[in-house]
Design a protein around this ligand. Structure first.
Ligand SMILES: Cc1cc2nc3c(=O)[nH]c(=O)nc-3n(C[C@H](O)[C@H](O)[C@H](O)COP(=O)(O)O)c2cc1C
Length: 228
């Protein structure tokens, strides 16, 4: 290892003279710093440097949706760390059929399951409908219940609704049952959401923007920790 460090520093110095990195340290210093971290933190440090592939499921059945705006905000704010794939077609999926759940599952369901399976993390952003989660969202969860696609999957849960209290608790219970991996920092209830968005679709409530930034950071950390 020592030989490697000496050689890399020598090569760098030879090729670039005494030029330093942006932070003012030589590459030898950077390599040494990473090496000194514990094995676990070293892995996380390296994994954290790569973009995370996140699938966002939007529970709203509406075309013009506040939950869509919330996800777009996260997508834009986190563009350096998350590659977000938005899935907003829940209402077009076939109704759950237990006889087709494992064998002969419809192709759209298999595709969505694969999308979730392959993702580093998932965000569910949904309104509450009649004191519960929307039927389209419940439907897709039912299609996934006999699989392990959500098991240990780093998950963010956002309920953006008028009140949303019951739907939020219900969704947490459901996703806990499916063994998804979420914490209180990766769950967020946004009440009175429509009053927090202006006519151009911008989130105008500062507290909500800060909460979403905190949420995003927490999900990123959860994903990085999971890779250890
Ligand atoms: C069928 C229906 C039922 C609703 N029931 C509730 C409810 O029980 N609790 C609540 O907080 N909001 C309820 N709402 C209001 C939605 O939460 C609100 O319109 C929300 O902004 C919708 O999210 P979206 O803009 O992403 O579609 C209901 C809306 C609809 C269309």
């Amino acid at each position: 290892m020592l030989m490697f460090l000496i050689l890399s520093n020598f090569t760098y110095t030879y090729l670039h003279g005494i030029q330093k990195e942006e932070n003012g340290h030589s590459p030898l210093y950077s390599i040494w710093k990473v090496y000194r971290l514990s094995k676990k933190r070293r892995k996380m440090h390296m994994y954290a440097g790569t973009m995370k592939n996140v699938v966002a499921l939007i529970g709203s059945a509406a075309t013009s949706s506040a939950n869509h705006i919330v996800i777009e905000y996260i997508r834009s704010e986190a563009r350096d760390i998350f590659q977000v794939t938005v899935y907003d077609r829940l209402k077009t999926l076939p109704h759950f059929n237990p006889e087709k759940s494992l064998e002969h599952a419809p192709s759209e369901i298999t595709e969505l399951r694969n999308l979730i399976q392959d993702a580093d993390g998932v965000i569910i952003s949904t309104p509450e409908y009649v004191f519960s989660i929307p039927s389209g969202l419940k439907n897709v969860i039912e299609w996934c219940v006999a699989t392990t696609v959500f098991s240990e999957k780093p998950l963010g849960i956002i309920t953006a609704s008028t009140s949303g209290l019951k739907g939020h608790e219900e969704l947490k219970l459901i996703m806990h049952t499916l063994m998804a991996n979420f914490t209180s920092e990766t769950t967020l209830l946004i009440q009175g959401v429509k009053g927090k968005i202006d006519a151009h679709g911008a989130i105008i409530d500062i507290q909500t923007r800060e909460n979403l930034q905190r949420f995003t950071k927490a999900l990123f950390t959860l994903i990085c920790n999971r890779a250890l």
